[in-house]
Design a protein around this ligand. Sequence first.
Ligand SMILES: *[C@@H]1O[C@H](CO)[C@@H](O)[C@H](O)[C@H]1NC(C)=O
Ligand SMILES: *[C@@H]1O[C@H](CO)[C@@H](O)[C@H](O)[C@H]1NC(C)=O
Ligand SMILES: *[C@@H]1O[C@H](CO)[C@@H](O)[C@H](O)[C@H]1NC(C)=O
Length: 143
Amino acid sequence: MMLILLIVAVISTIYGRQIYRNEIPNGYGVPNMCYGTDGGQVWAPVGHYSPTNYTQDKNPFGKDFAAANHTWTHSLCIKDSDGDGKTNGDELGDPHCRWSKGGDAPAHNATGHPGICEPLGSNVCSNQAFFCGCHGHECVLSP
Ligand SMILES: *[C@@H]1O[C@H](CO)[C@@H](O)[C@H](O)[C@H]1NC(C)=O
Ligand SMILES: *[C@@H]1O[C@H](CO)[C@@H](O)[C@H](O)[C@H]1NC(C)=O
Ligand SMILES: *[C@@H]1O[C@H](CO)[C@@H](O)[C@H](O)[C@H]1NC(C)=O
């Protein structure tokens, strides 16, 4: 019985995080820079330091999104969470902060990641202690 409750809790936690992708513009189209911006791979847990793992630590965008009660507010849109010189709205394809859930599609496709400073390894990202490393077939961020 406890095991079933635990499994239900884990599944609903993960599902709860996945549906956060509906709360931001292009939540299903954030590029995974580990494959290159045109690599065709997306970063699913946008607020976390892993392209696949929803329980990895939150990245700066994930922290700001949580602080905004998991909603796409104007102040979240104009913020540059990852400090790479582009606002969250610029990176997620909503540069004028017009997108709202259930409304029109975002103006553009996502051009970058709002929570990971890009380009990785550049001077502007020198405070970021993460980089892509490849483990088997999957590229992930490693400390
Ligand atoms: C996901 O991240 C958590 C927290 O770092 C870790 O404990 C877990 O092992 C990771 N899961 C996988 C499948 O790598
Ligand atoms: C988030 O929700 C809390 C509790 O309802 C509220 O006090 C706070 O002002 C909200 N924050 C934002 C950014 O909307
Ligand atoms: C986004 O990218 C897709 C696939 O490359 C393309 O078909 C679509 O027109 C783009 N959307 C916008 C708004 O640029």
